[in-house]
Design a protein around this ligand. Structure first.
Ligand SMILES: *Cc1c(COP(=O)(O)O)cnc(C)c1O
Length: 368
């Protein structure tokens, strides 16, 4: 008695923080101050003056003393229309699709359960799996073209019986679309949920949105972040009510704030503006791709998203990435993320001027 020593701050932390958190790492966001920002797949264009004037009105009329609509009914209606969401499918909105990934993981993947995804892939699947205490299994893509290794996927699904399989379609950071039949086969054999993450659907011609009803374990996830509204934080999960009614219990009641709801409704009422911007980005993508193809020491992969992955074949990606920052241009160095991405860099497609500045800087970096 009386020998209870007060624990040191570190001891107290070790005692109470769950062990898996010490192993996990936070998502890293670099400082982009003063740089041309081509690292995070943002839409580089701003909205027209007239719409910005309406945005000012909506903001000043917003009743921010009240809680937001917990179900964001009006916003869901607009989304159904612009995204052509099948009528009998339910919708859950998230504070970005990152929050939806977390909701899914919390709902199904408690400890001992597995979350599976191909790799190289979107890093948040693993980061979130780690923080909820689920086991994460990454299955290697084919190394030449980053297509799904269907044999490896099917056998890993059989072996690990994952609660959720995440497939990004198109994939980030590789930019390619996986084979449609292989995806169907994966959904058919998966014991649990398959989430098709269509974050880049605005820039790709393919989607499973109209095929959800063919399966009973497929959810399609979208986001407005890559289309021009990254700052509003709006993710969209679509699927059978049977599943979404349960997932919705994890969602915090007012997760979509009033300003995000009102502004997204307004901007979606002129959705063609975002669509036109996406068209310009796709045109810029093909120009940038051709320019990268012509540069010696650079090997780009074709992309169905608003970014291009490329390999530096004669110089280390770390050196090029640093040399670009020196010249005021920030792209994403994914070289260290997965062995298959050694010396790979990912550049977001920007405005014509931004892309031009990037190409000039890249050539200079390669020649020095
Ligand atoms: C960017 C991205 C997301 C996250 O988007 P937010 O809606 O901004 O959270 C999800 N999945 C993939 C594949 C992405 O690239």
């Amino acid at each position: 008695m009386g020998t209870n020593r007060k624990p040191s701050p570190e001891e107290r932390l070790q005692q109470w923080i769950k062990p898996e958190l010490f192993e996990a790492s936070a998502y890293y966001v670099p400082d982009a101050d003063g740089l041309i920002k081509l690292d995070a797949m943002e839409n580089p264009f701003i909205l027209p003056d007239e719409l910005r004037e309406k945005i000012r009105e909506v903001i000043s009329d917003a009743e921010i003393n009240r809680y937001p609509d917990p179900n964001a009914c009006n916003l869901k209606k607009s989304l159904r229309e612009v995204m052509d969401i099948p009528e009998d499918m339910a919708i859950i909105l998230g504070n970005g699709s990152d929050e939806l990934i977390q909701i899914i993981a919390l709902a199904v993947a408690h400890s001992g359960k597995t979350i599976l995804a191909p790799q190289p892939g979107f890093v948040m699947y693993k980061i979130i799996a780690d923080t909820v205490g689920a086991r994460f299994i990454g299955v290697d893509l084919n190394c030449d073209d980053f297509s799904l290794d269907s044999e490896a996927m099917l056998s890993a699904i059989d072996q690990y019986q994952p609660a959720v399989v995440f497939l990004a379609y198109p994939n980030n950071p590789t930019g390619n679309l996986f084979d449609e039949n292989t995806i169907s086969e994966i959904v058919n054999v998966a014991p649990g949920l398959v989430v098709l993450d269509e974050a880049y659907s605005a820039f790709s011609e393919k989607s499973f949105m109209q095929r959800i009803e063919e399966f009973d374990n497929l959810l399609v996830m979208r986001t407005l972040s890559k289309s021009g509204l990254a700052g509003l934080r709006l993710g969209i999960l679509v699927g059978p009510a049977l599943w979404l009614n349960q997932l919705d219990k994890i969602r915090l009641p007012y997760n979509i704030n009033t300003l995000s709801q009102k502004l997204a409704e307004l901007i979606l009422s002129q959705y063609e503006i975002l669509q036109q911007q996406a068209e310009i980005i796709c045109a810029n993508r093909s120009t940038l791709f051709k320019q990268l193809q012509k540069i010696e020491g650079v090997s780009p992969w074709k992309s169905s998203a608003n970014f291009i992955l490329f390999k530096t074949t004669n110089t280390s990606a770390d050196i090029i990435s640093a040399a670009l920052i020196e010249q005021g241009i920030l792209i994403k160095n994914v070289s260290g993320n997965f062995p298959a991405l050694k010396d790979c860099l990912r550049v977001t497609v920007g405005t014509g001027d931004e892309n031009e500045a990037f190409v000039v800087a890249l050539k200079l970096a390669l020649s020095s």
